[in-house]
Design a protein around this ligand. Structure first.
Ligand SMILES: [Zn+2]
Length: 164
């Protein structure tokens, strides 16, 4: 497929050099089609914001359903193990599920915050340096609030602090 040229993304050309290979593949857009930028269209115009609003809402819905499923699963299973040994195993499983649920809840909160930013017209720009994060990067990570460069710097700093 030929790459469409767009005069709005010149600042983001470096994105294509992003090393993480797992972002190369088709991003899962929670059932939505990738956004097709028209030549010359403004970054984060109404259509783009609507696109990301839809992605964020669909993702949020998926997570909510996942949380519900976990709760139901735990309620169903809790009744099925009267044996204490089985219950111990089950408790381990549950604590793992609870951690997953906790992660999902945090993600839902982050999505909520991100949706507010979309409403406030504050979505899609790097928190640190203010440049466009870019449509493709946002599709891969809809809650991204840093550009690739700032994110990379951030990770390097983090590694230095944790000594990793
Ligand atoms: Zn930045």
């Amino acid at each position: 497929m030929p790459v469409k040229s767009s005069n709005t993304t010149s600042a983001n050309n470096r994105d294509q050099g992003e090393k993480s290979s797992n972002q190369r593949g088709k991003p899962s857009l929670h059932g939505l089609a990738p956004y097709e930028e028209k030549a010359g269209e403004d970054y984060m115009n109404d259509a783009q914001r609507e696109h990301f609003r839809a992605i964020l809402r669909a993702w949020r819905q998926e997570l909510m359903e996942e949380v519900d499923r976990t709760v139901n699963h735990m309620q169903d299973e809790a009744a099925n193990f009267p044996d204490p040994a089985d219950r111990a195993t089950q408790e381990e499983e549950f604590s793992l599920e609870l951690r997953t649920r906790d992660r999902e809840r945090k993600l839902i909160k982050k999505i909520d915050k991100t949706l507010i930013r979309v409403e406030d017209n504050d979505y899609g720009f790097c928190d640190q340096c203010g440049i466009d994060i870019g449509v493709r990067r946002l599709e891969a990570r809809p809650t991204a609030d840093l550009c690739v460069d700032c994110k990379t710097l951030d990770e390097i700093k983090e590694k230095q602090i944790t000594g990793g």
